[in-house]
Design a binder for this molecule. Structure first.
Ligand SMILES: NC(=O)c1ccc[n+]([C@@H]2O[C@H](COP(=O)([O-])OP(=O)(O)OC[C@H]3O[C@@H](n4cnc5c(N)ncnc54)[C@H](OP(=O)(O)O)[C@@H]3O)[C@@H](O)[C@H]2O)c1
Length: 343
């Protein structure tokens, strides 16, 4: 069972992507309630760009194996786990550890991937799909006929969110670099150029009465602008602080500032609400509920992918051992779609 070698990519400290290390050891044995997944696809997400700078708000101490999510076949099962799972394709949201040929996971965290999706297709929507689905349907509760603003509408989370919203009958205004506008227009999104520096003016022209929800991963000044773009009854969902990736200082501060602002804004008697979304929130409070929601939501996203409601392009495929190159490519900002790592 464990005659294979475990290959992992290690982030040794605050380093350049070229300085990621590859280590080889024995594949672990699953403990009670655990499975070992033979990775078929894992991905590069924005979190790894922050982690390699030591800027992700709750990354483990160095050295560690990054990798926010993984899709693969169940390779070994521990005591108490149904052996019928062996060979089945599953997806796991790992936060770290996914850049590995084999991943040890609690079986309760493994979500079955339906027939008809390849491992690479499924990989494109694990963290991005769960985040998008939960923000749209569990946080903002968008409804047909509404108008929303999605920052970074061509990005990993943004593009899934945009397509799920369009499928739900929502009008989407999306910010993006001009090179992505044609594709956004073709998908039914009204594009806005964030590089022009006047997003609020452009959005007000399109939606003079404000928008029903804004999804903001930019942070900093953008969150304030996003708040002021809300229509009465509107919801601001902030979920990142991409604009402070290269800042120095206390890494929690940019998000904490947003959380404090959101609390204050929501407390004001203005009929609008704001919050910071964190995919992991609620895990400590109620693990069962957290797992049940994650399973239900990822299953919905897989179904949307199968139906063709969402299409998630793969920007590049690289072998796991070239994770540094993949990270460099992600940071170049020159590609659209998910960068996938394969064994
Ligand atoms: N809170 C959570 O639970 C959670 C979960 C997952 C991800 N996230 C966060 O989500 C964010 C996006 O992650 P991702 O993997 O989707 O990243 P990604 O694929 O790199 O996409 C980011 C997009 O942001 C756009 N962008 C860059 N600067 C911008 C600006 N100033 N205004 C508007 N758009 C801008 C880029 O658009 P162009 O290419 O068009 O220039 C890019 O497409 C990250 O901040 C990540 O930390 C949060």
């Amino acid at each position: 069972m464990t005659d294979q070698t475990l290959v992992q990519v290690v982030l040794p400290g605050i380093v350049e992507p070229e300085d990621l290390r590859v280590q080889r050891t024995a594949v672990p044995q699953p403990g009670a309630g655990q499975v070992v997944i033979a990775m078929e696809a894992t991905g590069v997400s924005f979190a790894e760009q922050q982690m390699r700078r030591g800027r992700y708000y709750d990354q483990p101490p160095f050295p560690f194996v990054p990798g926010y999510d993984v899709v693969g076949r169940v390779y070994a099962v521990g005591a108490g786990v149904d052996p019928g799972l062996l060979g089945r394709r599953v997806a796991v949201l790992t936060k770290v550890g996914g850049w590995s040929s084999h991943v040890l996971a609690d079986v309760r965290d493994a979500v079955e991937v339906p027939e008809g999706l390849t491992a690479e297709q499924a990989e494109t929507v694990v963290v991005n799909g769960i985040t998008a689905w939960q923000m749209l349907h569990r946080r903002a509760h968008v409804r047909a006929g509404q108008t929303i603003l999605v920052h970074g509408a061509s990005g990993g989370v943004g593009s899934v969110l945009t397509q799920l919203a369009l499928a739900a009958g929502v009008t989407v205004i999306g910010t993006a670099s001009p090179r992505n506008h044609e594709a956004l227009r073709a998908a039914g999104v009204i594009p806005v150029d964030y590089r022009a520096g006047n997003v609020p003016e452009q959005v007000r022209e399109l939606a003079p009465g404000g928008v029903d929800a804004v999804f903001d991963h930019v942070g900093g000044r953008s969150v304030i602008d996003s708040w002021h773009l809300l229509a009465p009854g509107g919801t601001l969902v902030s979920y990142g602080s991409a604009s402070t990736r290269d800042d120095s200082g206390w890494k929690q501060w940019p998000v904490l500032k947003i959380v404090l602002r959101a609390l204050l804004w929501t407390a004001l008697p203005n009929g609008r609400s704001a919050s910071f979304f964190n995919i992991w929130a609620g895990k400590k409070l109620n693990q069962n509920r957290f797992r049940a929601r994650l399973r239900a939501d990822l299953t919905e996203v897989f179904a949307a992918l199968r139906r063709g409601d969402i299409v998630t392009p793969i920007a590049a495929r690289l072998p796991l051992a070239q994770a540094g190159e993949a990270l460099r490519l992600a940071e170049s900002g020159t590609v659209s779609g998910k960068i996938v790592l394969t064994p």
